[in-house]
Ligand binder design. Sequence first.
Ligand SMILES: C[S@@+](CC[C@H](N)C(=O)[O-])C[C@H]1O[C@@H](n2cnc3c(N)ncnc32)[C@H](O)[C@@H]1O
Ligand SMILES: *[C@@H]1O[C@H](CO)[C@@H](O)[C@H](O)[C@H]1NC(C)=O
Ligand SMILES: *[C@@H]1O[C@H](CO)[C@@H](O)[C@H](O)[C@H]1NC(C)=O
Ligand SMILES: *[C@@H]1O[C@H](CO)[C@@H](O)[C@H](O)[C@H]1NC(C)=O
Ligand SMILES: *[C@@H]1O[C@H](CO)[C@@H](O)[C@H](O)[C@H]1NC(C)=O
Length: 287
Amino acid sequence: MIFLRSRFLLSQFSITATLLSSPLLYYNNISGLSSALNCDSGTLFHFNKNSSVINTSLRQFSLKMAWYCSANSNEDLVNNLKMANIINSKRVEEAMKTVDRRKYVSQSPYRDSPQQIGYGATISAPHMHAHALENLEPFLQPGMKVLDIGCGSGYLTACLAEMVGPEGKVVGIEHIKELVDMSRKNIQKDRPELLESQRVILVHGDGREGYLEEAPYDCIHVGAAAEKTPHALINQLKAPGRLFIPVGGYDQYIYQIDKDVNGNVTHKKVMGVMYVPLTDADKQWSR
Ligand SMILES: C[S@@+](CC[C@H](N)C(=O)[O-])C[C@H]1O[C@@H](n2cnc3c(N)ncnc32)[C@H](O)[C@@H]1O
Ligand SMILES: *[C@@H]1O[C@H](CO)[C@@H](O)[C@H](O)[C@H]1NC(C)=O
Ligand SMILES: *[C@@H]1O[C@H](CO)[C@@H](O)[C@H](O)[C@H]1NC(C)=O
Ligand SMILES: *[C@@H]1O[C@H](CO)[C@@H](O)[C@H](O)[C@H]1NC(C)=O
Ligand SMILES: *[C@@H]1O[C@H](CO)[C@@H](O)[C@H](O)[C@H]1NC(C)=O
């Protein structure tokens, strides 16, 4: 079998487009469950550990599989993410249950996929938000300080603020002014106390430089894919501290970059993803 990678246009979820011989396959390896969709025939293949192939219909795929955690309520969405073993931490579960995704995106809020929010941006898929919160959980303890780069809808910023509690602080930075306003409006409507207390502050700026004014951070979340790891961000981590960042152009992976208590830095590849690029504002959205 010859696997050739192919570009997949939908932004940001853990699916890599793969060309298998001729039919296009979407390969998905969320939490170890592998599946692939043959787009020519609309046939879904689930590969279990021994590589035997089971298939179901395209309809079932789109309803259940690519977004197999989708639900009709925020509570059920989070419960599905738990059942899929994407959420394991009680604190992550509580944060995602407290912040109702519907307040941050009106279109299909409980579908486990990214949704367009305008200005060339998306709100990331719920399973990606869950992966990010789970990965960063040790660095989202009460009182900790967080930088959320590309805060977009404000949804994850609010979840991060839930996790670090009233003594903590989350700085959201976003390079599109309209999206800074959107995140502020969404958080203001949902949880105004986060803004009033300044547990959350929102900044208009280029996140590739981090945000030196509030550095250092216990952890940094990056919501768009960097071409290469920006060293400015590693410099703004505390020791210990963690950076969760998608890196790559055509071929993207989440990297977990840890700075230990001595300041030593290690890079760990976590999973393949597809995010919108961390780029210049006018390349993303031309007025
Ligand atoms: C996939 S969206 C995720 C948004 C947000 N985390 C959410 O889930 O709603 C990526 C965001 O990164 C922003 N972005 C891209 N490049 C950026 C940069 N250089 N500096 C700051 N934000 C950037 C985009 O405008 C967009 O809002
Ligand atoms: C799929 O995920 C599992 C568990 O995360 C990992 O062990 C396995 O190597 C992955 N498979 C591929 C082909 O990426
Ligand atoms: C592989 O998995 C299938 C489906 O679960 C099972 O029927 C089959 O016996 C397994 N084969 C081996 C060699 O384990
Ligand atoms: C997969 O589905 C197709 C069409 O629905 C069917 O013809 C084929 O036999 C199925 N393959 C397996 C291994 O079940
Ligand atoms: C980590 O940093 C300390 C202090 O700078 C250094 O002595 C040590 O050799 C480093 N360890 C590794 C594994 O690089």
